[in-house]
Design a protein around this ligand. Structure first.
Ligand code: GLC
Length: 452
């Protein structure tokens, strides 16, 4: 049994195998919000500040007490996500610094026990669920605050080069007991979770080094429908056993490429589609950064969303609220820009996937059953060629955003291409050799309804 549209329509890609049934809502949603927020947001130099600056726990401590965002407005975050067309959101419940935004009974290094005296995870979940947005929690496998996590000689720990930590012994199993217990808290005390987003495996710390089988059977016991990323097994750039025909119990439900749109998308070794999600920052930092103004444009977000869907993937766009929980204005602006485009072209993205057609010169294809979407990113001269699409397969053609009917072109300028189908943008009965400015310079979507 497949979990996607039957391949009855022309040009459709092969369906996703049954074992990905859990992620059907995810593959329909296509777009989510990632939120990196925590103590590190008070410094404004990114979430890896302790590691990058080899900052001691003593030097970090004042910031952990200073973090007190009493005015944070989770509903404003959820409203922006909704405006952008995001159907799910993932918050850093715990990042590598070890500070928990939830009321853990296994730690006092939390927003509930320390200055804020609030369970921000509970508040985040409530605000987003209230707007019908699915919810996910990012949880780090790493914890630089824990005495039993490797310090000296580790690849990333803030004290990795500090000889004072050279002789320390660590009971890593005792650390894993805590890590598993905190995952169990999130899986049992915060209602139904839609996504658990683990980060990340590295060096010898992957798979069973995390006691991953035990962890995943506990997660599946408490949250049978939750979908999980692939980082219990691999780093941000790896695929893991999810693409093989012998997937591990902790391979996850989707591949999580980071800061990249996979050039060819991601397929299993047998060529079948694999769910995947590119997570991407809006500037160049995950958490708030006081000087990073290198924001991607709204047009870039539109075109990257189209690109990931044309390759069968999802896009998780990240915001890094500041110390007070305010999402940077630049982030809000480009997300609203994306939302305006998406609201006019939603059928070409939500529930859509790639097409079996080869990528056209002028843009990209997405497809949803009998509806084929030409995402025209480059202005054609004269009518638009539809390489690979037979005229006899076409029932109708229109501009998706406004429903304006279009027609198949006939003109002397295309006489040399009798086997190629062209769409004219001008009025029926007009001169189909004419060039008309694309209605949407970011992406003009032509909906082609195919005969079934
Ligand atoms: C990278 C960053 C980490 C961030 C993650 C999101 O691994 O190091 O801080 O949470 O990307 O995918």
């Amino acid at each position: 049994m497949t979990t996607q549209l039957p391949t009855s329509a022309p040009y459709q890609r092969t369906p996703v195998p049954e074992r990905f049934a859990r992620s059907e809502w995810f593959r329909h949603a296509r777009l989510g919000m990632f939120i990196h927020w925590g103590v590190y947001s008070t410094l404004g130099r990114g979430e890896w500040v302790r590691s990058h600056e080899e900052m001691s726990a003593e030097d970090y401590a004042p910031w952990t007490h200073a973090f007190n965002p009493q005015s944070v407005d989770f509903d404003a975050w959820a409203a922006l996500a909704q405006e952008a067309g995001m159907e799910y959101a993932v918050l850093t419940a715990k990042h590598h610094d070890g500070y928990c935004l939830f009321d853990s009974q296994h730690s006092t290094f939390t927003s509930a026990a320390m200055t804020p005296k609030r369970d921000f995870v509970a508040e985040f979940l409530e605000a987003f669920r209230k707007r019908g947005i699915r919810v996910g929690l990012y949880f780090t496998l790493i914890d630089w605050s824990h005495p039993d996590y490797p310090h000296y000689g580790d690849s990333f720990h803030p004290e990795r080069n500090n000889p004072a930590f050279a002789g320390r012994t660590h009971d890593f199993d005792r650390y894993l007991d805590l890590m598993h217990a905190q995952v169990e808290e999130l899986c049992t005390r915060y209602g139904k979770l839609d996504i658990l987003w683990f980060d990340f495996s590295y060096d010898d710390l992957n798979g069973e080094a995390w006691r991953a089988s035990e962890l995943m059977s506990m997660v599946r016991r408490h949250q049978p429908d939750v979908i999980v990323d692939n980082r219990l097994e691999v780093s941000a750039s790896g695929f893991g056993s999810i693409v093989t025909d012998t997937p591990s119990s902790y391979c996850g439900d989707f591949v999580s490429p980071e800061q990249i749109v996979p050039p060819e998308g991601i397929l299993a070794e047998d060529g079948s589609p694999v769910p995947w999600e590119s997570c991407v920052t809006l500037n160049n930092h995950w958490a708030w950064h006081h000087s990073d103004r290198e924001y991607k444009s709204g047009q870039t977000l539109v075109r990257k969303l189209v690109e990931v869907v044309s390759k069968g993937g999802n896009l998780l766009l990240n915001v890094g609220p500041d110390a007070d929980g305010v999402i940077p204005a630049e982030s809000a602006e480009v997300l609203r820009y994306l939302g305006r485009w998406l609201s006019a072209n939603v059928a070409s993205i939500k529930g859509a996937e790639g097409s079996a057609l080869p990528k056209p010169e002028w843009g990209r294809w997405t497809q949803r059953g009998r509806h084929l979407y030409a995402h025209v990113l480059e202005q054609p001269v004269g009518p638009l060629p539809l390489p690979g699409v037979r005229a006899e397969d076409i029932e109708s053609v229109r501009l998706l955003a406004n429903g304006q009917d279009l027609h198949l072109a006939s003109s002397w300028v295309i006489e040399a291409y009798p086997d190629l189908t062209f769409v004219a943008f001008g009025p029926e009965g007009g001169d189909d050799s004419f060039t008309y400015a694309l209605p949407d310079a970011d992406d003009t979507v032509v909906e082609i309804t195919l005969r079934s």
